[in-house]
Design a protein around this ligand. Sequence first.
Ligand SMILES: [Zn+2]
Length: 226
Amino acid sequence: MIIRDDLLLWAAAALLLLFGSWGCTAMAPRPPITAEKSIRKIVVFPFQLPPDTADKNACLRCPICGRVYRSGFVAPIIGPQLTTQLVERLQQVKTLTVVGIEAGEKERLKATVCDFGAEMDIQALLQAGQSRNADGVLIGYIFRYEDRQGSDYAVSSPASVAFDLHLISVPTGEVVWQAAFDQTQAALSDNLFNIDTFIQRKGRWVSADELAAEGLAGLLDTHMEP
Ligand SMILES: [Zn+2]
């Protein structure tokens, strides 16, 4: 099926903006990641990806928060790519010091942190934080990173991305902040309440990279103190 947004949708968007008071309730604001004042130095783990053997379109459970996501294709390059974007954004927060895990620990931790479906023993994470003298460890999971099939204005399948992030206090082992992004782009005709996003994207079908960048910015920037 070809999905297409045309001028009629733009006209509908304009009318909604002009006259619209459609009672859309905004999501309750989350505290910023920096709200936890005791955390000033963070060890950032690379984003973890589902194993190659994971079934697509199945349910994948986050080992930290237990939330269940639809699984999908994730290319191996996506882990380092999204981790780099995450670190770059965190480094802009003046009150945070961001460090990576020690090279020697990567292999030891790999089996522990990437066991999707099992509840994680976070002691290994906390040890990694202690070894870097950090107050917190930040770890994220990518569950789906599927690109659009089509072009800017017509797709047979839209981009679909899901990932989440968790900040764990090293002294207490508690998850002190977490956020999730789980979105498949929908046509405006399927959801008129998405009008702001539709306009921001100039009516285009975005790529998975664009969708993920939007998601990361939404999770971090809008809730971060400069
Ligand atoms: Zn989670």
